[in-house]
Design a protein around this ligand. Structure first.
Ligand code: ZN
Length: 689
C-alpha cells in the first residue's frame, strides 16, 4: 500500500533551514514507499529520454539525464546517511530489501540500448556540437560509463554480462560472510595470569569481549583487528601470540563451509571473462583503463619502486628487533607473531612516547577548530555553528562561507562512536553542489567513531584520531568547495586513485608547527605541547615504515598479479599466493596485511579489485603536492593554495586527473616526496629485487 505523498515527509518539499530533510518527522516505514515511488519516477524519466524521436542533443539527452532522478537521490542520500551513522534492525532490513532493487535499477539504466544509441550518436558528433569544456567532459563521462558497463555489446553478450554481474554479487556477499563467520567462531579465552604485558585498555576490552560471550571474569582475544592487533603488540606471551596470529592469518582458509579459496577462483575467472567480453585482455587492464594510473604497468612501476626500498628498510628494522630479542636472552629467530611486540617495545624505548602523555593535548573541539583554521588560511573559508534539526543529538552543524561572505554550504560533524553507527570514519553528503537547477550549495557530513567522554569532560583524541579528523575534513572540503555546473562531476565524483588526494593531503597541515602550537593545548592546563614532546611525536613518523611498506605493497602486487591472469582454469589460490610472494622475495618475518582468503577489499564487493595500489598512488600525490607548499617556505602560500583550490578542491571531475594535477603542480607527480615521507629515501634496494 502506498501512502499519499502528503503524509510521507521524504516525498514532501523540504522548506526548512538549508533545505535539510525534516529528520524529526522521518520514520523508517517512510523509506520503502518513498523508494518505490521515486525509483518508478526515475525509470519513467529515463524511458521518456530514451524514447525521444527527435535527434539527440546535449540538452534532450545528457542534460535531461542530469536533471532526472532527483527525488530518488534525495531519498537515497537520507537513507544511506542513516544506514551508516544511525542504523538498527529496521533500517538494516529495509537495506537488505532495497539493495537489489537499486542494483537492478542501475543495471537497467546502463544496459538500456535505446538510451545508449542516443549517447553514442552524440559522442560520435561531439566536436561538432559546440559544447563547453565542462559539457564535453560530462558527455565523455556518460559515454565511458555506459561502454564500460556493456551498453555497446550485442544482446547475447549483455545477457551473459548480466548473469556474471549477478553471480559476482552473490559470490562477494558469500566471501564477506565467510570471513565474518571465521572471525566470530574464534576467541582465545584467557585468565588473568595470561595477560602479561597488556595495558589496561586492552585488558578492559578483552574482559568485555569475554562477558559478551557469556564468560564473565575471563578475558577473550578475538579476531577483530583492534583486539588481536593490540594483543600482538603488547602480549609478552610468545606462545599465545603465535596462536592468535595463526588464527588471524588463516581466516577464510580453514577448509569446510567457510573456506573462500574456491570462491576466489570463481571470482577471478568471472572477472576475467567480463573483461574479455568488454574487449580487455585482463581484468586489471579493464579496471585501470578508467583510472588515473591508466595501465597495470603504470601502477606496478610505482609499486616496484617502493618495494625494493621497503624490503631494505624492513631488513634494517628486523635486525634491530632481533637484537632486542637477543638482549632479552631470547634464543629464537624473530617470527611474524613477534614483529609488532618488539616494534612496540623499541618505539617506547627510542622515543619515550606514552599515549597517556599525548592524549590530553588533542581535544576534539580544538582539533575541529584547527581544521577550520587551516581552511581559513588556505581558502578564506569561515565556519559558524548553527542550530538545525539533525538525525542524532551528537551531530553538529556549521554554516560555511567564503571570504566574500557568500554561502559555500553546510558542514555536519558527527564525531562520537555509538551502537547505531558502523565502525570507521567517512565523508558523505545529503546534497551535491551543482548549478544546473539553480545555485545549489552542498550539505556535507563527516562521520567518525571517537570515544565519547563522560559528561563535563572534554573529548580527547589520539594523534591518529586527529589525523583521521583532518583526513575526513579534507574529503569534506572536496565536497564543500565544489564549483561545477553538472552534478555528476561535483566534489568527490572522481576516479578512486585520485579521490584520496584532497583527504591525505589535508593530513599534512595537522603536523604544521603553527597549527599544533596553537591548537594542541593541554585539556587541564591550557598549555601548548612542549617542543620536546612535539619533536618526539613527529619523529615517530618514519618508525617501522619498512614493515608497513612491505605489509601493504605485497598485497598490492599480489592483487595486480591475480587480476592479470589470463588462464584461470586451474587456479590454486594458496599456491598462487605462495609462489608470487616467493618470486617477490617476501621477507619471512612479515605476512601480507590481508592474505587472499580474507582480502575483502578485493573479493567482498570488489571495490578495490586490481585497485589496492591506489592508496600508495594517492600517497605519491599527497606527498608531492604538500612539497609544493614546502618549496615556497610557507605551508599556507597563497599562490599555491589558489592553484590547489582551482584545480583540485573545487574542480570535482572537470578534468582528467593527470591534467588537473599537472595544472596544480606544473609537472607530473614524482615519487621522491613519498620515499622521504616513509623514510625510504636513505636506503638502497637489495640486489635481488
Ligand atoms: Zn579517505
Amino acid at each position: 500500500m502506498t501512502q499519499p505523498s502528503s503524509q510521507n515527509p521524504l516525498l514532501a518539499d523540504w522548506t526548512g533551514a538549508f533545505g535539510l530533510p525534516p529528520f524529526g518527522a522521518i520514520k523508517p516505514e517512510h523509506f520503502r514507499p518513498a523508494f518505490d515511488r521515486t525509483l518508478a519516477a526515475h525509470r519513467a524519466e529515463i524511458d521518456v529520454i530514451a524514447a525521444d524521436k527527435s535527434q539527440p542533443t546535449f540538452a534532450n539527452t545528457i542534460e535531461a539525464l542530469e536533471r532526472a532522478g532527483r527525488a530518488l537521490d534525495r531519498v537515497s542520500n537520507v537513507f544511506f546517511v542513516l544506514t551508516g551513522a544511525d542504523t538498527g534492525e529496521t533500517i538494516e532490513a529495509i537495506e537488505r530489501d532495497i539493495s537489489p532493487l537499486l542494483a537492478r535499477h542501475s543495471n537497467a539504466l546502463y544496459l538500456d540500448r535505446a538510451l545508449y544509441a542516443r549517447i553514442a550518436d552524440l559522442y560520435a558528433r561531439r566536436t561538432a556540437l559546440g559544447l563547453s569544456a565542462e559539457q564535453a567532459r560530462v558527455l565523455d563521462r556518460y559515454h565511458t560509463r555506459f561502454v564500460r558497463a556493456g551498453a555497446a555489446l550485442d544482446k547475447p553478450a549483455q545477457d551473459r554480462l548480466a548473469a556474471i554481474n549477478e553471480r559476482l554479487a552473490s559470490l562477494g556477499t558469500q566471501f564477506g560472510q565467510n570471513v565474518l563467520a571465521d572471525e566470530k567462531a574464534y576467541a582465545l579465552m584467557l585468565d588473568e595470569a595470561d595477560l602479561d604485558g597488556l595495558p589496561d585498555f586492552a585488558r578492559a576490552a578483552a574482559a568485555a569481549a569475554a562477558a559478551e560471550r557469556g564468560q564473565p571474569g575471563k578475558y577473550a582475544i578475538t579476531l577483530a583487528r583492534s583486539s588481536c592487533e593490540s594483543f600482538l603488540q603488547f602480549s609478552a606471551r610468545r606462545d599465545l601470540r603465535e596462536k592468535v596470529f595463526q588464527a588471524w592469518i588463516k581466516r577464510g582458509e580453514n577448509g569446510g563451509a567457510t573456506d573462500n579459496r574456491a570462491i576466489i577462483a570463481e571470482l577471478i575467472a568471472l572477472r576475467g571473462e567480463r573483461a574479455r567480453l568488454l574487449g580487455y585482455a585482463t581484468y586489471a587492464d579493464y579496471r585501470l583503463d578508467d583510472q588515473m594510473a591508466k595501465t597495470p604497468q603504470a601502477a606496478r612501476k610505482l609499486l616496484d619502486e617502493v618495494w625494493g626500498r621497503g624490503r631494505a628498510k624492513a631488513a634494517v628494522e628486523r635486525d634491530a628487533l632481533q637484537k632486542m630479542v637477543a638482549d632479552e636472552g631470547g634464543n629464537f629467530a624473530l617470527a611474524p607473531q613477534d614483529w609488532r611486540y618488539y616494534a612496540e617495545k623499541l618505539r617506547k624505548a627510542k622515543y619515550e612516547l606514552d599515549e597517556a602523555e599525548i592524549k590530553p593535548y588533542f581535544q576534539l573541539d580544538k582539533m575541529i577548530d584547527a581544521a577550520f583554521e587551516t581552511a581559513r588560511r588556505l581558502f578564506g573559508l569561515t565556519f559558524t555553528a548553527v542550530s538545525v534539526p539533525l538525525y542524532h543529538p551528537d551531530a553538529r552543524a556549521w554554516e560555511v562561507k567564503d571570504a566574500s561572505g557568500a554561502q559555500v554550504g553546510l558542514f555536519i560533524g558527527d564525531y562520537f562512536a555509538r551502537g547505531s553507527k558502523h565502525s570507521g570514519a567517512w565523508m558523505t553528503l545529503l546534497r551535491d553542489q551543482e548549478k544546473l537547477v539553480g545555485n545549489i550549495r552542498p550539505i556535507i557530513l563527516n562521520v567518525c567513531n571517537f570515544s565519547k567522554p563522560a559528561a563535563g569532560e572534554p573529548a580527547l583524541l589520539s594523534f591518529d584520531d586527529a589525523r583521521t579528523l583532518f583526513h575526513e575534513f579534507g574529503h569534506g572540503l572536496h565536497g564543500l568547495m565544489s564549483n561545477v555546473t553538472y552534478p555528476s562531476l561535483a566534489g568527490t565524483n572522481v576516479s578512486s586513485d585520485f579521490v584520496e588526494l584532497p583527504s591525505q593531503l589535508y593530513e599534512h597541515w595537522l603536523e604544521v608547527p603553527e597549527i599544533l602550537q596553537k591548537y594542541a593545548l593541554h585539556a587541564k592546563t591550557g598549555q601548548p605541547m612542549p617542543k620536546a614532546l612535539l619533536d618526539r611525536l613527529l619523529a615517530t613518523r618514519t618508525f617501522n615504515q619498512g614493515f608497513g611498506t612491505v605489509e601493504y605493497t605485497a598485497c598490492a602486487l599480489v592483487d595486480l598479479d591475480i587480476h592479470s591472469l589470463t588462464d584461470t582454469k586451474t587456479l590454486d589460490v594458496s599456491e598462487f599466493e605462495r609462489k608470487t610472494l616467493e618470486s617477490l622475495h617476501m621477507p619471512a618475518e612479515i605476512v601480507m596485511r590481508h592474505r587472499l582468503p580474507h582480502f575483502g577489499h578485493l573479493f567482498s564487493g570488489g571495490g578495490y579489485a586490481a585497485g589496492y595500489y591506489s592508496y600508495m598512488w594517492s600517497e605519491v600525490l599527497d606527498a608531492d603536492a604538500f612539497e609544493a607548499f614546502e618549496e615556497t617556505g610557507n605551508a599556507f602560500d597563497p599562490a599555491t593554495a589558489a592553484r590547489l583550490r582551482e584545480f583540485i578542491y573545487s574542480a570535482g571531475n572537470l578534468r582528467d586527473p593527470i591534467e588537473a594535477y599537472t595544472a596544480f603542480r606544473g609537472r607530473l607527480p614524482a615519487v621522491d616526496a613519498l620515499l622521504k615521507k616513509r623514510g625510504l629515501d636513505t636506503v638502497t634496494e637489495p640486489a635481488d629485487s
